[in-house]
Design a binder for this molecule. Structure first.
Ligand code: PGA
Length: 244
């Protein structure tokens, strides 16, 4: 299976900088088409930039959103439906990111409902799980992630509609990634919980070109969900290059 190298741009950039970044990613892949042999690429800008960023992309880079509504189209002010995302050619949506769980009090059941909605619209979901630092210190990371997997995945989860992202909360944006041993243990645990053995499991949390080779070669790591380092085309593609 190819690695999925996914950029989570979060709430960053201006229209101009996002278009330049998208162009940088496309050009970087064109300059090094070998990258497509082992990797698939995805970028997830924020809502206002999706349509215009899409116009910069080629087949080599998929487009995704960072969230979607739990409801279908209708009277839901401020929400964006999975159908709308599909309509503007998004193929993925990130759901249950720890920043949404924290900032918007999103809980497992709610995330599962969103994921079911996204699947019905034909979107592939990247469902995020991961423990906090406190939970890891207590040694309950597998209980926490096990419960998140049980409750935030909808029914009929397959490799065609779902990717799991393991993102230890304490590693996100901190520069401190999990150790290869911890990643191997957790990805092995997650693999055991999933019925479809072809579901990709991404690692996320301070991934960068300098640690990518160590992380992407771990068993059951099938790509990365990359925040900070996805904001520079060179670093984003550098992660895929490092794993070659
Ligand atoms: P980071 O973010 O790479 O900046 O740690 C990862 C994520 O939150 O998806």
């Amino acid at each position: 299976m190819k690695n999925l190298i996914a950029g989570n741009w979060k709430m960053n950039g201006t229209l101009e900088s996002c278009l330049a970044l998208a162009r940088g990613v496309v050009e970087g892949i064109q300059a090094d088409p070998q990258l497509l042999k082992k990797n698939e690429f995805l970028i997830c800008p924020s809502y206002p930039y999706l349509v215009l960023v899409q116009a910069e992309l080629t087949q080599a880079v998929a487009l995704g959103a960072q969230d979607c509504a739990v409801k279908n189209n209708g009277a839901h002010t401020g929400d964006v439906s999975a159908e709308m995302l599909k309509n503007i050619n998004c193929s993925y949506v990130i759901l249950g990111h720890s920043e949404r769980r924290a900032d918007h009090r999103e809980q497992d059941g709610y995330i599962a409902e969103k994921a079911a909605m996204a699947h019905r619209a034909g979107l592939n979901t990247i469902i995020c799980v991961g423990e906090t630092e406190e939970q890891r210190e207590k040694g309950i990371q597998e209980e926490v992630v096990g419960e998140q997997l049980r409750d935030s995945l909808p029914t009929h989860v397959t490799a065609e509609n779902t990717v799991i992202a393991y993102e230890p909360v304490w590693a996100i944006g901190t520069g401190k990634s999990a150790t290869p041993d911890d990643i191997a243990a957790m990805h092995g645990f997650i693999r055991d919980q999933l019925e479809d053995e072809n579901i990709r499991i991404l690692y996320g949390g301070s991934m960068k070109p300098s640690n990518a080779a160590d992380i992407l070669t771990i068993e059951n790591v099938n790509g990365g969900l990359i925040g900070g380092a996805s904001l520079k085309a060179e670093d984003f593609l550098g992660i895929a290059k490092a794993a070659e």
